[in-house]
Ligand binder design. Structure first.
Ligand code: RB5
Length: 146
């Protein structure tokens, strides 16, 4: 199950990514919003990150204007590793090396074709799992309270 959320600046991509996820055979939990009316990204970012942090969903996708605000919000939650990705390489490496569990993208900074490739790479790439990367990912959490 993948939770998805956005603010007004990411609303169009949220709707389109939701369709993409369903096409890829994923189950989707839409945290909102339900319209493109002006809204505050932390409201939706916290909701999706909470769902990932508590294990209610496996992963999350958050969209705002740049992806940056959403990633800052999401990374305040225990167990969350949110990555802003603007390329397929970043999305692949965020999974391979960082075991990222939330993908953040910016509707104002990347075109739709790139988003399709980024989301697909994020979903299809497995964590490397090697000792080196597992140790580093472990330290993300063990050296903080998050
Ligand atoms: C909204 O105007 C914009 O600030 C927001 O979507 C996001 O880009 C913040 O990081």
């Amino acid at each position: 199950m993948i939770a998805i959320g956005s603010d007004h600046a990411g609303f169009t991509y949220k709707e389109r990514i939701k369709e993409l996820l369903l096409t890829l055979g994923e189950k989707v939990q839409d945290a909102g919003p339900t319209s493109a009316a002006s809204t505050d990204y932390p409201d939706w970012g916290h909701a999706v990150a909470e769902a990932v942090s508590t294990g209610k969903v496996d992963r999350g996708i958050l969209i705002c204007g740049t992806g940056i605000g959403m990633s800052i919000v999401a990374n305040k939650h225990k167990g969350v590793r949110a990555a802003v990705c603007e390329s397929v390489t970043s999305a692949r490496l965020a999974r391979l090396h960082n075991d990222a569990n939330i993908l953040c993208v910016g509707e104002r900074v990347i075109g739709w074709e790139s988003v399709v490739d980024i989301v697909t790479a994020f979903l299809k790439t497995r964590f490397d799992g090697g000792e080196r990367h597992a140790r580093r990912v472990g330290k993300i959490h063990s050296l903080t309270n998050l």
